[in-house]
Write a protein of this length. Structure first.
Ligand SMILES: *[C@@H]1O[C@H](CO)[C@@H](O)[C@H](O)[C@H]1NC(C)=O
Ligand SMILES: *[C@@H]1O[C@H](CO)[C@@H](O)[C@H](O)[C@H]1NC(C)=O
Ligand SMILES: *[C@@H]1O[C@H](CO)[C@@H](O)[C@H](O)[C@H]1NC(C)=O
Ligand SMILES: *[C@@H]1O[C@H](CO)[C@@H](O)[C@H](O)[C@H]1NC(C)=O
Ligand SMILES: *[C@@H]1O[C@H](CO)[C@@H](O)[C@H](O)[C@H]1NC(C)=O
Ligand SMILES: *[C@@H]1O[C@H](CO)[C@@H](O)[C@H](O)[C@H]1NC(C)=O
Ligand SMILES: *[C@@H]1O[C@H](CO)[C@@H](O)[C@H](O)[C@H]1NC(C)=O
Ligand SMILES: *[C@@H]1O[C@H](CO)[C@@H](O)[C@H](O)[C@H]1NC(C)=O
Ligand SMILES: *[C@@H]1O[C@H](CO)[C@@H](O)[C@H](O)[C@H]1NC(C)=O
Ligand SMILES: *[C@@H]1O[C@H](CO)[C@@H](O)[C@H](O)[C@H]1NC(C)=O
Ligand SMILES: *[C@@H]1O[C@H](CO)[C@@H](O)[C@H](O)[C@H]1NC(C)=O
Ligand SMILES: *[C@@H]1O[C@H](CO)[C@@H](O)[C@H](O)[C@H]1NC(C)=O
Ligand SMILES: [Fe+2]
Length: 537
């Protein structure tokens, strides 16, 4: 591209500035790749997904270990659903090396039109049996941030002008963890209805589908600085299958499922937007699956539907909440059968740590008092988690942070964190969203060790080795560790060889992006400097 006159340079610069994306709004170029999201596909694969405001023919990822040479390609599909505003492009890359960093860009990456500079990087999972220490992040119950979500408009606790919200905190520390696991309640797009009845969103009821989808897009745009760089492993929560906030009445008007088009129900957007490694682990869709990363076997379960053995999930067609979703298994006990098979086939010498996450809790002080404890989840899952010596269980749903004891059948393990036989329970529903936090009773269940509902935050898991695992609650507002505890398991670590003892797993950095700029196009450098000049004006 050449600029013959200062005028055309300025026109070009204005066009560039006009194309900087506003979260949730369509860019000028409908092909522009947005919302890049990664997910592990075994230790030699990676799912790369992104959204566009139009369908793409042969969505393609260009990747390579050298930022100057993205000559490898993989193609996938572009899919949508009837009330979606966007198309979801999904590409699965295979044949990668474990624990290795790759650079990537996707179809139509064109940094005249980019809100962020590409290429991005991803790092493949360590093979099971590689006991190199690492850190993982977990966030639950995280909604849209900003004026249409968690903000000064929303409930207590409010963030002050100088506080980071949880997305900003996750983005700030993105180089400090290998993956982000999100066990349910993603975006809270269904709160559009409450925001409408509260007078915060200036929309009409006829615009329900569009408003819902636009909040979803806003969320995935906002989280892109994290999801473009780190695998974002999602688990279903009730807000993925809901658009009427469970139904409610204001004045004489009742808001119920009659308001909801199919695209807002039955996990439709969630099913379309993600690709989780269920093919790799024998699971089903984005509903239940497992994956290994180094010394850890991660298991994602669905607490909303498909509880098996005749148990009714809260979101089931005849469930207590009016979600009318599922089932997703091809037969009623599929999830439970899968869970037993998955847990029984873990090689604990390779992955000594087994961690399970599901959205709804069956232990939790707040859940107990509000009557939202998922008793059927307890009946469905707890026996298997005990039988197979699961180390840790993550839940959310209640907007509180609770570090509980290791628990078996309601009884705290007498060993506490010093070599317990029961799973250690963490409930962290404090990602933050429009509805603020929850209350808990004065009389706490005997298993509660730490509880708070005043500070938003996320969980950081550090796997030191096969015997020690630390959980930290990170305050989103300032990054401080509000609560920390270490679990010890007395077991022998098999001698293991790092799958990649020559290289360190590295994450993306500013330098990487700077290098990427040069690779994509030298014209981009002009773009960047033009923006810099204009920002001085
Ligand atoms: C950027 O997007 C606009 C709007 O779709 C498009 O017309 C233009 O060709 C794109 N720029 C380049 C350099 O491709
Ligand atoms: C680029 O990468 C491909 C595949 O990894 C390789 O075959 C090719 O030789 C590389 N080209 C250069 C110039 O390094
Ligand atoms: C934010 O930080 C600035 C600069 O340190 C300070 O002047 C201001 O009082 C702070 N505002 C709040 C709400 O804490
Ligand atoms: C709400 O939106 C309508 C239509 O876009 C507009 O006419 C009206 O001024 C808006 N009201 C407020 C309070 O923003
Ligand atoms: C609700 O309906 C009742 C009876 O029809 C009417 O008296 C009342 O004004 C209505 N209230 C509102 C808020 O519309
Ligand atoms: C939800 O979607 C699944 C998968 O397509 C389907 O089998 C099931 O019948 C749907 N449930 C409802 C209530 O629509
Ligand atoms: C719920 O609270 C009651 C006391 O109010 C207690 O007996 C019971 O164990 C609690 N259940 C759970 C699952 O915490
Ligand atoms: C936090 O929990 C306490 C104790 O139950 C309660 O008094 C308070 O209202 C709760 N705060 C919020 C914002 O729910
Ligand atoms: C495992 O890690 C913990 C915490 O860093 C450390 O105290 C312990 O010595 C380590 N164990 C072995 C066998 O290295
Ligand atoms: C960080 O925030 C927490 C609450 O979120 C507060 O208790 C703590 O004092 C803050 N630390 C610093 C260093 O500001
Ligand atoms: C790996 O990390 C260690 C410590 O951070 C460093 O000394 C070493 O040079 C790194 N090795 C490679 C191959 O990057
Ligand atoms: C090990 O990691 C380095 C740096 O990420 C990478 O260049 C190398 O290809 C990896 N080797 C294997 C065998 O995975
Ligand atoms: Fe929830």
């Amino acid at each position: 591209m050449r600029f013959s006159t200062a005028t055309s340079l300025l026109a070009f610069a204005s066009a560039v500035l006009a194309q900087i994306n506003i979260p949730g709004q369509a860019p000028l170029n409908p092909l522009e790749p947005l919302q890049h999201r990664l997910a592990y596909a075994g230790s030699t694969g990676m799912y790369v997904s992104w959204n566009t405001y139009t369908e793409i023919q042969n969505p393609t990822v260009y990747y390579g270990q050298n930022v100057w040479n993205l000559s490898n390609t993989a193609t996938g599909t572009s899919i949508t659903h009837p009330s979606s505003l966007t198309w979801n492009n999904h590409v699965k890359i295979t044949g990668l090396q474990p624990d290795t960093q790759y650079y990537y860009i996707v179809s139509n990456t064109n940094c005249y039109n980019c809100s962020e500079l590409a290429p991005y990087t991803f790092t493949t999972a360590r093979t099971a049996g590689d006991h190199t220490p690492y850190t993982a992040a977990v966030v639950i119950d995280l909604g849209v941030m900003g004026p249409n979500g968690e903000s000064v408009k929303s409930d207590y606790p409010k963030l002050t002008a100088n506080d980071s919200n949880t997305m900003q905190s996750l983005a700030r520390y993105v180089d400090g963890y290998d993956l982000l696991w999100h066990p349910g309640d993603i975006a809270y797009a269904d709160t559009w209805l409450r925001e409408y009845t509260d007078g915060y969103l200036n929309v009409t009821l006829a615009e329900s589908a569009q408003t819902y989808e636009s909040l979803l897009n806003q969320y995935y745009d906002e989280l892109q600085p994290v999801t473009a760089r780190k695998p974002y492993m999602v688990v279903p929560g009730n807000h993925e299958s809901n658009c009427d906030e469970g139904g409610f009445t204001v004045g004489n008007t009742t808001y119920d499922l009659s308001l909801c088009v199919e695209g807002q129900r039955n996990f439709t957007d969630y099913r379309t937007r993600f690709r989780m490694p269920s093919d790799e682990s024998g699971g089903v869709g984005n509903f239940w699956y497992s994956f290994d990363h180094g010394m850890v076997h991660y298991v994602s379960i669905n607490t909303e539907t498909d509880l098996g053995n005749g148990l009714i999930g809260e979101d089931d067609v005849n469930g207590p909440e009016d979600m009318d979703s599922g089932p997703f298994g091809s037969y009623p006990n599929e999830q439970i059968d899968w869970l037993e098979k998955d847990l029984s086939s873990v090689d604990r010498t390779k992955t000594p740590w087994v961690i399970v996450s599901g959205h709804r809790p069956w232990y939790g002080a707040g859940a107990n008092v509000s009557g939202t404890i998922c008793w059927n989840c307890k009946l469905a899952f707890e026996p298997l988690l005990l039988k197979y010596n699961v180390d840790m269980v993550f839940n959310g749903h209640i907007h509180i942070y609770e570090r509980n004891a290791p628990i078996a059948n309601g009884v705290p393990d007498p060993n506490e964190l010093n070599n317990p036989s029961a799973p250690w329970y963490i409930l962290n529903g404090l990602g933050g969203h429009y509805h603020g936090t929850s209350t808990y009773p004065e009389l706490l269940p005997s298993y509660v060790r730490y509880i708070q509902n005043t500070t938003y935050g996320w969980s950081r898991l550090t796997f030191h080795n096969c015997t020690h695992l630390t959980h930290d609650f990170i305050s989103s507002s300032n990054g401080s560790v509000l609560d920390s505890a270490t679990l010890f398991k007395d077991r022998q670590c098999a001698a293991t060889v790092s799958s990649n003892s020559t290289g360190n797993s590295t994450s993306s950095s500013g330098d990487v992006n700077a290098a990427g700029v040069m690779r994509v196009s030298s014209a981009l450098l002009i773009t960047v400097s033009v923006i810099a000049v204009l920002s001085l004006m």
